[in-house]
Design a protein around this ligand. Structure first.
Ligand SMILES: [Fe+2]
Ligand SMILES: [Fe+2]
Length: 260
Protein backbone atom coordinates (compact mmCIF):
# COMPACT_ATOMS: atom_id res chain seq x y z
CA UNK A 1 0.00 0.00 0.00
CA UNK A 2 1.65 3.15 -1.15
CA UNK A 3 0.90 6.57 0.36
CA UNK A 4 1.84 9.83 -1.32
CA UNK A 5 1.89 12.69 1.16
CA UNK A 6 2.10 16.29 -0.08
CA UNK A 7 3.25 19.25 2.05
CA UNK A 8 1.39 22.55 2.53
CA UNK A 9 -0.08 23.58 -0.83
CA UNK A 10 0.23 27.36 -1.07
CA UNK A 11 -2.45 29.33 -2.91
CA UNK A 12 -3.56 28.92 -6.49
CA UNK A 13 0.04 28.55 -7.74
CA UNK A 14 0.46 25.57 -5.43
CA UNK A 15 -2.90 24.07 -6.38
CA UNK A 16 -2.15 24.48 -10.10
CA UNK A 17 1.36 23.12 -9.70
CA UNK A 18 0.12 20.03 -7.87
CA UNK A 19 -2.62 19.47 -10.44
CA UNK A 20 -0.13 19.69 -13.29
CA UNK A 21 2.42 17.47 -11.56
CA UNK A 22 -0.10 14.81 -10.53
CA UNK A 23 -0.05 12.73 -13.76
CA UNK A 24 3.73 12.43 -13.49
CA UNK A 25 3.56 11.62 -9.77
CA UNK A 26 0.92 8.96 -10.40
CA UNK A 27 3.00 7.38 -13.12
CA UNK A 28 6.14 7.37 -11.03
CA UNK A 29 4.73 6.31 -7.65
CA UNK A 30 1.33 4.69 -8.36
CA UNK A 31 -0.03 5.82 -4.98
CA UNK A 32 -3.01 4.00 -3.45
CA UNK A 33 -3.73 6.94 -1.16
CA UNK A 34 -2.89 10.62 -1.59
CA UNK A 35 -2.90 12.83 1.52
CA UNK A 36 -2.39 16.58 1.08
CA UNK A 37 -1.90 19.33 3.64
CA UNK A 38 -4.31 22.05 2.54
CA UNK A 39 -3.94 24.69 5.26
CA UNK A 40 -2.55 27.28 2.82
CA UNK A 41 -4.71 26.51 -0.22
CA UNK A 42 -7.05 29.52 0.01
CA UNK A 43 -5.19 32.69 -0.96
CA UNK A 44 -2.06 31.39 0.76
CA UNK A 45 -3.68 31.16 4.19
CA UNK A 46 -6.53 28.85 5.20
CA UNK A 47 -8.81 26.48 3.35
CA UNK A 48 -12.30 26.72 1.87
CA UNK A 49 -14.74 24.20 0.45
CA UNK A 50 -13.72 25.28 -3.03
CA UNK A 51 -9.98 24.83 -2.54
CA UNK A 52 -10.56 21.50 -0.78
CA UNK A 53 -12.65 20.36 -3.73
CA UNK A 54 -9.79 21.37 -6.05
CA UNK A 55 -7.59 18.90 -4.16
CA UNK A 56 -10.25 16.18 -4.13
CA UNK A 57 -10.70 16.74 -7.87
CA UNK A 58 -7.13 15.61 -8.59
CA UNK A 59 -7.46 12.41 -6.56
CA UNK A 60 -6.65 13.50 -3.03
CA UNK A 61 -8.10 11.04 -0.51
CA UNK A 62 -7.63 12.97 2.73
CA UNK A 63 -6.79 16.62 3.41
CA UNK A 64 -4.93 17.62 6.56
CA UNK A 65 -4.49 21.16 7.86
CA UNK A 66 -2.85 23.12 10.66
CA UNK A 67 -2.77 26.47 12.41
CA UNK A 68 -4.41 28.36 9.53
CA UNK A 69 -7.43 26.04 9.30
CA UNK A 70 -9.91 28.54 10.81
CA UNK A 71 -8.84 31.55 8.75
CA UNK A 72 -11.98 31.47 6.57
CA UNK A 73 -15.16 31.50 8.63
CA UNK A 74 -17.25 30.17 5.76
CA UNK A 75 -15.30 26.91 5.96
CA UNK A 76 -16.40 26.03 9.52
CA UNK A 77 -19.60 24.34 8.45
CA UNK A 78 -17.69 22.50 5.71
CA UNK A 79 -15.14 21.27 8.26
CA UNK A 80 -18.01 19.93 10.38
CA UNK A 81 -19.59 17.92 7.61
CA UNK A 82 -16.59 16.80 5.46
CA UNK A 83 -14.99 13.86 7.23
CA UNK A 84 -12.11 13.67 4.72
CA UNK A 85 -10.77 17.08 5.78
CA UNK A 86 -9.18 17.03 9.22
CA UNK A 87 -7.59 19.56 11.58
CA UNK A 88 -5.18 19.07 14.49
CA UNK A 89 -6.73 16.71 17.04
CA UNK A 90 -5.26 18.56 20.01
CA UNK A 91 -7.23 21.76 19.39
CA UNK A 92 -9.95 22.74 21.88
CA UNK A 93 -12.77 20.19 22.09
CA UNK A 94 -15.79 21.45 20.21
CA UNK A 95 -13.83 23.42 17.60
CA UNK A 96 -15.16 22.83 14.07
CA UNK A 97 -13.95 19.66 12.37
CA UNK A 98 -12.29 16.47 13.54
CA UNK A 99 -8.73 15.41 14.30
CA UNK A 100 -8.60 12.08 12.50
CA UNK A 101 -10.39 10.01 9.92
CA UNK A 102 -10.28 6.48 8.53
CA UNK A 103 -10.45 5.58 4.84
CA UNK A 104 -10.58 2.17 3.19
CA UNK A 105 -7.87 1.80 0.56
CA UNK A 106 -7.12 -1.41 -1.30
CA UNK A 107 -8.95 -3.47 1.34
CA UNK A 108 -7.00 -1.83 4.18
CA UNK A 109 -8.40 0.59 6.75
CA UNK A 110 -6.00 3.51 6.90
CA UNK A 111 -6.28 6.09 9.66
CA UNK A 112 -4.99 9.62 9.15
CA UNK A 113 -4.32 11.71 12.25
CA UNK A 114 -3.53 15.45 12.26
CA UNK A 115 -1.66 16.89 15.25
CA UNK A 116 -0.24 20.29 16.08
CA UNK A 117 3.03 20.85 17.85
CA UNK A 118 2.73 22.50 21.24
CA UNK A 119 5.89 24.61 20.95
CA UNK A 120 5.31 28.00 19.29
CA UNK A 121 1.75 27.08 18.29
CA UNK A 122 -1.50 27.22 20.24
CA UNK A 123 -2.94 23.89 21.34
CA UNK A 124 -5.36 22.72 24.02
CA UNK A 125 -3.60 19.43 24.81
CA UNK A 126 -0.24 17.76 24.40
CA UNK A 127 0.15 16.18 20.95
CA UNK A 128 1.81 13.18 22.61
CA UNK A 129 -1.08 12.40 24.98
CA UNK A 130 -3.60 13.17 22.26
CA UNK A 131 -2.13 10.74 19.75
CA UNK A 132 -1.84 8.02 22.42
CA UNK A 133 -5.54 8.34 23.19
CA UNK A 134 -6.52 8.22 19.51
CA UNK A 135 -4.36 5.15 18.84
CA UNK A 136 -6.13 3.29 21.65
CA UNK A 137 -9.50 3.62 19.99
CA UNK A 138 -8.96 4.11 16.25
CA UNK A 139 -10.29 1.31 14.06
CA UNK A 140 -7.49 1.12 11.47
CA UNK A 141 -4.91 -1.39 10.24
CA UNK A 142 -2.42 1.33 9.35
CA UNK A 143 -2.10 4.88 10.60
CA UNK A 144 -0.28 7.89 9.23
CA UNK A 145 0.23 11.17 11.06
CA UNK A 146 0.62 14.75 9.84
CA UNK A 147 2.51 16.49 12.65
CA UNK A 148 2.09 20.19 11.96
CA UNK A 149 4.76 21.71 14.14
CA UNK A 150 7.31 24.50 14.34
CA UNK A 151 10.28 22.98 16.08
CA UNK A 152 12.45 20.14 14.81
CA UNK A 153 13.17 18.80 18.32
CA UNK A 154 9.47 18.28 19.00
CA UNK A 155 8.99 16.70 15.58
CA UNK A 156 11.92 14.30 15.96
CA UNK A 157 10.63 13.41 19.43
CA UNK A 158 7.22 12.59 17.96
CA UNK A 159 8.89 10.25 15.47
CA UNK A 160 10.44 8.28 18.33
CA UNK A 161 7.23 8.44 20.37
CA UNK A 162 5.30 6.78 17.55
CA UNK A 163 8.03 4.50 16.17
CA UNK A 164 6.59 1.02 15.68
CA UNK A 165 3.05 2.21 16.38
CA UNK A 166 2.16 4.05 13.14
CA UNK A 167 3.21 3.71 9.51
CA UNK A 168 4.45 7.24 9.02
CA UNK A 169 4.91 10.60 10.70
CA UNK A 170 5.13 13.44 8.18
CA UNK A 171 6.15 16.84 9.52
CA UNK A 172 4.55 19.94 8.03
CA UNK A 173 4.17 23.69 8.75
CA UNK A 174 7.65 25.15 8.27
CA UNK A 175 7.37 24.97 4.45
CA UNK A 176 11.07 24.06 4.34
CA UNK A 177 11.96 20.42 3.66
CA UNK A 178 14.39 18.66 5.95
CA UNK A 179 16.96 16.02 4.99
CA UNK A 180 16.24 13.50 7.77
CA UNK A 181 13.61 11.33 6.05
CA UNK A 182 13.99 7.61 6.75
CA UNK A 183 12.34 4.55 8.25
CA UNK A 184 13.01 4.42 12.00
CA UNK A 185 14.11 1.07 13.55
CA UNK A 186 10.60 0.19 14.73
CA UNK A 187 9.19 0.56 11.21
CA UNK A 188 7.78 4.10 11.19
CA UNK A 189 8.64 6.33 8.24
CA UNK A 190 9.58 9.75 9.52
CA UNK A 191 10.60 13.19 8.26
CA UNK A 192 10.73 16.42 10.27
CA UNK A 193 9.23 18.42 7.42
CA UNK A 194 8.28 17.50 3.88
CA UNK A 195 8.31 21.16 2.77
CA UNK A 196 5.65 23.03 0.83
CA UNK A 197 4.06 22.87 -2.58
CA UNK A 198 4.40 26.38 -3.92
CA UNK A 199 6.75 28.98 -5.32
CA UNK A 200 10.44 28.64 -4.51
CA UNK A 201 10.90 32.32 -5.47
CA UNK A 202 9.33 33.21 -2.16
CA UNK A 203 9.67 33.35 1.59
CA UNK A 204 7.55 30.35 2.63
CA UNK A 205 5.15 31.11 -0.25
CA UNK A 206 5.04 34.91 0.09
CA UNK A 207 6.60 37.26 -2.49
CA UNK A 208 10.19 37.85 -1.28
CA UNK A 209 10.07 41.64 -1.54
CA UNK A 210 6.96 41.79 0.66
CA UNK A 211 8.36 39.42 3.27
CA UNK A 212 11.58 41.43 3.27
CA UNK A 213 9.75 44.74 3.61
CA UNK A 214 7.84 43.36 6.57
CA UNK A 215 11.00 42.15 8.28
CA UNK A 216 13.18 45.16 7.53
CA UNK A 217 10.66 47.98 8.05
CA UNK A 218 8.56 46.12 10.65
CA UNK A 219 5.46 47.85 9.30
CA UNK A 220 2.17 46.18 8.29
CA UNK A 221 2.72 44.77 4.82
CA UNK A 222 0.36 43.21 2.33
CA UNK A 223 1.37 39.62 1.61
CA UNK A 224 0.71 38.08 -1.78
CA UNK A 225 1.31 34.52 -2.87
CA UNK A 226 4.38 34.12 -5.06
CA UNK A 227 3.87 32.36 -8.37
CA UNK A 228 7.24 31.62 -9.94
CA UNK A 229 9.09 28.32 -9.92
CA UNK A 230 6.51 26.13 -8.22
CA UNK A 231 7.77 22.87 -6.76
CA UNK A 232 5.84 19.96 -5.34
CA UNK A 233 7.24 18.59 -2.10
CA UNK A 234 6.22 15.55 -0.13
CA UNK A 235 7.10 11.94 0.48
CA UNK A 236 6.12 8.43 -0.54
CA UNK A 237 5.96 5.51 1.85
CA UNK A 238 5.24 1.87 1.22
CA UNK A 239 3.17 0.35 4.04
CA UNK A 240 3.10 -3.40 4.65
CA UNK A 241 0.35 -5.66 6.02
CA UNK A 242 1.41 -4.82 9.58
CA UNK A 243 0.81 -1.15 8.87
CA UNK A 244 4.50 -0.29 9.11
CA UNK A 245 6.78 1.24 6.50
CA UNK A 246 8.99 -0.78 4.18
CA UNK A 247 10.41 2.31 2.50
CA UNK A 248 10.55 6.09 2.54
CA UNK A 249 11.26 8.34 -0.41
CA UNK A 250 11.32 12.12 -0.39
CA UNK A 251 9.52 13.90 -3.23
CA UNK A 252 10.82 17.24 -4.56
CA UNK A 253 9.87 17.93 -8.15
CA UNK A 254 9.29 21.08 -10.17
CA UNK A 255 5.73 21.52 -11.42
CA UNK A 256 5.56 21.24 -15.20
CA UNK A 257 5.83 24.71 -16.81
CA UNK A 258 2.43 26.32 -17.47
CA UNK A 259 1.10 25.71 -21.00
CA UNK A 260 1.45 28.80 -23.18
FE1 LIG B 1 1.59 26.01 6.07
FE1 LIG C 1 1.11 25.99 9.47
Amino acid sequence: MRVLFIGDVVGSPGRRGLRDAMPGLRERYAPDLIVVNGENTAGGVGITERTANDLFGIGTGVITTGNHVYRHREAYDFLERERLVIRPANYPAGNPGRGFTVVEVGGMKVGVINLSGGIGLKVARSPFDTVDAILESIDAEAVIVDFHAEVTSEKVAMGWHLDGRVGAVFGTHTHVPTADGRVLPGGTAFISDVGMTGSRTSVLGVKPEQALASMIKQMPTRFETAEEDVWVMGAVVELNQRGLADSFEQVMVPAPPPQA
